[in-house]
Design a protein around this ligand. Structure first.
Ligand SMILES: [Zn+2]
Length: 290
């Protein structure tokens, strides 16, 4: 029995309550345990994001779904949890529907708008037939992987309206945000774009990708303007790496059984939990699960 829920309801609720739900990407067992445990502790709904690369790394989407489901049972996680494919290809979406995920993102932003629309339409039907939620993207979100190191792209509000009308449950629109660490010359989020998109799409929750390093006041303003899901990935990775480095540089792995992976990975795991807490505080979702 799956305890997973689609992300639609938690995001609709967040939009009404003017807060946002954190989407945290997971990479392994420790990551998953850290995010689930902390979400339960904070009494907030949470979205576990899995990229296609991370899915492959964790031995496929079936393994991920089985791990998350079993872990939720063992840890008795009762807050709403969605298992969500992040930046999925068309084929990746089909695989996650089969694997028992509760939510998918179809990233057709690199496709011509007509093809993006056609594939999104098809996947909306499939996802909803399986009781899952679906996110779509308009206006590619920049980042190192795309070789873009300046301002992120801004979505065309008209295109957002077209994709929104296909029945997607929430929409990622580029508003100058980028993946990874923001360069010093970054100009900040485009609130004009956000407001223009919002006007076109009405009550559809918006998603902000690239949540790492956006100043808190800009995050809060984005939430007040209709952003209900914020993706955090790099920040947890940086926190994990820094804590692990500190442990090793302090020579802790050479003290007694400090080399035991359960000890070696502990500071990093705790650093992820701390990051989740800091983010949920900013997003305003703490205590919102009941
Ligand atoms: Zn993203």
């Amino acid at each position: 029995m799956s305890r997973l829920v689609p992300a639609k309801e938690m995001l609709d609720k967040a939009l009404k309550g003017k807060y946002a739900i954190g989407h945290f990407n997971i990479n392994n067992l420790e990551w998953t345990k850290a995010v689930l445990t902390e979400a339960q502790e904070l009494n907030t709904a949470v979205i576990l994001g899995v990229s296609e690369g991370a899915g492959k790394y964790m031995c496929g989407f079936n393994t991920v779904a089985a791990m998350v489901n079993t872990m939720m049972e063992t840890l008795d996680i009762t807050v709403p949890v969605a298992l969500h494919l992040d930046h999925g290809s068309y084929e990746g979406c089909l695989k996650c529907i089969e694997a028992g995920f509760s939510s998918i993102m179809f990233d057709g932003s690199h496709l011509p708008i007509d093809e993006n629309i056609e594939k999104t339409k098809e996947l909306v039907k499939l996802a909803h037939d399986h009781g899952m939620s679906i996110e779509a993207e308009v206006g590619a979100i920049g980042g190192e992987e795309d070789g873009i190191v300046g301002a992120g792209e801004c979505a065309d509000p008209e295109e957002c309206a077209r994709i929104a009308s296909l029945g997607v449950d929430f929409l990622a629109a580029g508003i100058g945000n980028i993946h990874g660490v923001y360069p010093p010359e970054w100009k900040g989020l485009s609130f004009e774009t956000l407001a223009a998109v919002k006007e076109k799409i009405g009550d559809l929750p918006l998603v902000l990708h690239g949540g790492t390093g956006i100043p808190t006041d800009q995050i809060k303003k984005a939430i007040s303007l209709g952003v209900s899901k914020i993706n955090v990935n790099t920040e947890c990775q940086l926190a994990f790496a820094a804590a692990t480095r500190k442990y090793i540089e302090a020579g802790k792995d050479k003290e007694g059984k400090g080399f035991d992976p359960r000890k070696l990975l502990k500071p990093g795991t705790e650093a992820i939990m701390e990051t989740v807490k800091e983010k949920c505080e900013i997003f305003g979702s703490i205590g919102s699960a009941k």
